[in-house]
Every structure is written in C-alpha cells, then in structure tokens.
Ligand binder design. Structure first.
Ligand SMILES: [Zn+2]
Length: 281
C-alpha cells in the first residue's frame, strides 16, 4: 500500500488540439491522435509526481468509454482505472490519495467559447446544481473528493474553466492547455512546449501541497441536487425515483446525503437517459 498516493482524473475535451467530434469516439478517425495526446500528457504529469515525493499515481481514464489511455506508455508506479460505467465515474480509484489533479477538463454546459462545453452528459443534461450553485464536472468532482479528504491541487484544461477554478479552488494551480475559439475550435502551443509547462505546473502544485495550502470545500448536508435535462423524457424517467421532486418539464430536484451520493445519482440519471434514448430513437 502506497503511503503517498496521487490521483489524476483525465478527460479529453479540455486537452490541447482536441477540437473535432472525430477525436472523441473510438470508432472515429482522429481518436488515436486524442489518445496519444492524453497518454503523453498523463505520463509526463505522472513522472513529475513520482519523481517528487509520490510513490503511486492512480490515473482514472474518464472520457467516453474510459479506455482512452494507452497503458503501454505509462511509467511504472502508475495504476490505471479504465472502463465505464462505474459508480464514482471520473473520480473512481481516488480513495486513499493525498492529492488530486484534473487534466483535460472543460467548461460546463452553456459556456461561451469552450470546446465541447457540457456537464457529465452532453446528450441528456443541461444543468447540474448543488445547493443552488451551478456545477461543472470540475466543481462536482472537487466537492466529492473534498468529502473523501482529498484536495485538488492542479487543474489543466480549457482556459474557459479558469474563472471557476479561481473562484472555487483559488489555491489550485491552473494551467490552460487551449483557448477555445468556438465549441469546435481552439488554439494551443506545441505539445513539446505544453509538456514543459505541465511539468512546471505539476511541480508548483506539489510545492503548494507541501506548504499545506490546498483546502477541502464542504457544502451543507443533505445536498440538494437539481438536474435540468435536455428533454422532458429524461425528467419523466428521473421522476421514477420516489424522492425526486419534479420542478418543471425539464427539471427534477433530489435530496441526497452528500456530494459523493449526488454524483452516483447523477450517473444513474445519465444512464437512465441513455437507456431511454436507445428505446426511443
Ligand atoms: Zn469527456
């Protein structure tokens, strides 16, 4: 059992040079490029962690089917969490870690000039609120990890996410990997340059963790989870949960014990929506 474990959650949409739908799915022509970008970046960050005090790095592959990262290219000392569905979704395998890093993260649904802006499920969910605060994936995952006593020390992804990170996790190192020109276009430096910046940012965040700067953020319990769907059909199905309250055509509200529980309910609702889609399209 490693005594100083770091956790990395990796998404694709906030990674540099990932701009096309052809990058996002395994059966598409640019997926192998996106996979290479994800693997190269996560390997570099892992090495920086392993060379600077962490003896194990758990990597949660967290996009789509969650089998994007190539295990042959990862340094020893890393452990890879793969596959979907899984109850803790993007933060599976984090338990017991001292710190968490989010890589390739993107802005939430409805954000202007943000590549593939969405929140958990681009095909079914419009908005997720925890106790009235609209959350991106970054924020929900950070709050859930806080309950597990794991502070987020670094976020690297779309520059459109920066304000939210500065607001809710001002201690965290934020590294922009791309500046989006639209939902399907962005500008990034060369991979070579970015890898240097990633190493530097990782070292900065490690130093900050050593100084005890990272914080845990707690919210009022029980948690009020409010989900606004893209279709009334998804809200109809969400209402099958007897403790769900229908707010309007698209919105349900559910009281959940804590954010980790809210994350599981959110996953369940996304799965139910996907199920409904297969039955109705
Ligand atoms: Zn994704």
């Amino acid at each position: 059992m490693a005594d100083n474990k770091a956790f990395i959650s990796v998404d694709l949409e906030g990674l540099p040079h990932v701009v096309s739908r052809a990058h996002l799915y395994q059966d598409k022509p640019l997926w192998s490029e996106a996979r290479k970008i994800a693997t190269t970046i996560v390997a570099e960050v892992s090495k920086a962690l392993l060379e600077n005090g962490y003896n194990e790095v758990v990597i949660a592959d967290s996009h789509g089917d969650m089998v994007n990262i190539d295990p042959f290219e990862l340094p020893s000392g890393t452990i890879l969490v793969r596959g979907y569905p899984r109850i803790r979704s993007m933060i599976s395998g984090a338990e017991g870690s001292s710190v968490a890093l989010f890589i390739g993260y993107h802005a939430g649904f409805g954000t202007r000039l943000a590549t593939f802006d969405h929140t958990y499920s681009g095909s079914s969910i419009q908005r997720v609120e925890i106790n009235g605060t609209t959350c991106s994936e970054f924020l929900i995952n950070m709050l859930a990890l806080s309950e597990a006593k794991i502070p987020v020390i670094m976020v690297a992804g779309d520059a459109a996410l920066e304000n939210e990170v500065r607001k809710f996790a001002p201690w965290a190192t934020f590294l922009p990997l791309k500046r989006s020109l639209s939902r399907y276009s962005s500008v990034s430096s060369s991979m070579h340059e970015l890898l240097g910046s990633l190493r530097k940012a990782t070292l900065e965040s490690i130093e900050s963790a050593k100084r005890g700067e990272p914080r845990l953020v707690s919210v009022e319990k029980p948690v009020n989870l409010r989900v606004t769907f893209l279709s009334t059909g998804y809200a109809d199905v969400a209402e099958y949960l007897p403790w769900a309250k229908r707010i309007d055509g698209l919105t349900v509200e559910i009281s959940v014990e804590n954010v980790m529980g809210a994350l599981s309910v959110l996953e369940l609702l996304a799965m139910a929506s996907a199920g409904l889609r297969t039955l109705t399209t």
